[in-house]
Design a protein around this ligand. Sequence first.
Ligand code: PBG
Length: 322
Amino acid sequence: MTSTIETSKRTVRIGTRKSQLALVQTYWVKAELEKHFPDIEFEVEKMSTQGDKILDVPLAKIGDKGLFTKELEVGMLNNSTDFAVHSLKDLPTNLPEGLMLGCVTQRVDPADALAVNEKNKDKTLATFPEGSVIGTSSLRRLAQLRHHYPHLEFKDIRGNVNTRLAKLDAGEYDGIILAVAGLQRLNMSDRIHEVISPEVSLHAVGQGALGIECRAGDEEILKILKVLEHSDSSDRTMAERSFLRELEGGCQVPIGVNTTIDNDSLVVVGMVASLDGKQLLKNTVTGKKQDAEQLGKDLAAKLREQGAGDILAKIFEEVGRG
Ligand SMILES: NCc1[nH]cc(CCC(=O)O)c1CC(=O)O
């Protein structure tokens, strides 16, 4: 008589949004972890978030933090999932009690990109004629582009990356602004018509990196996630998130950043702008990368001294506090 011994694999459950970009990112994380932990079974749980459901309202008007993360967080808190993969830029700077940012993966290019349709192949942001219509749903992109290109028109655009490109190609816009990172991950690098320089548009906090959220102090999961942690990306985004945390007031605001690490030295550039792009404040701090969190706070303090508080207060009045 023969008997078979069933070795039961430990199962770890990953929460994700259902958008194509979210799935590409989640399956990348899953594949990487499977290489390191062949004895663990990783399962993917696809969930819809508020942000995926409300598609007809400008993002800035919905305002609420955690639009793309809340349902995934509930899943971890009630133990139906063990961790969630997010675009770090969609993850609020303050997480719910009981959860933590367990891992920041290696960041790709965090810049913004211009995509154009067939009839504008010969244009760039700098050469678009007066009145050309540029689509973006981000107040940060809107304010900075208005500042540099006041003759262009800006129109809100919602939906996932594919939906936005379809609207562009249908002629609703002359160009749209998207993250380089998203287009690259979706194998759509051919749609990157122009990479926008940090002089024109500072990127969003956390852009280009994945943030993996898990239960606070879940050592078993943290040990697994640690293999994907990228130290410089983690330090840079820690400073960026600390900067945003110090400045934001519960709604989407035109705040941009750029960070670089050279040996142990971390440089953080930060920007706050008014919605019309007329006021645009910038400053820079430099320090040790070990002091990332404090550097973010210092930068926020510098911008407040320059008058960022007044700009933000006015925006909260105009857009509402979410
Ligand atoms: N707001 C949605 C979102 N969240 C993350 C990305 C791109 C990938 C990234 O920044 O890591 C995008 C699309 C975009 O801004 O074009």
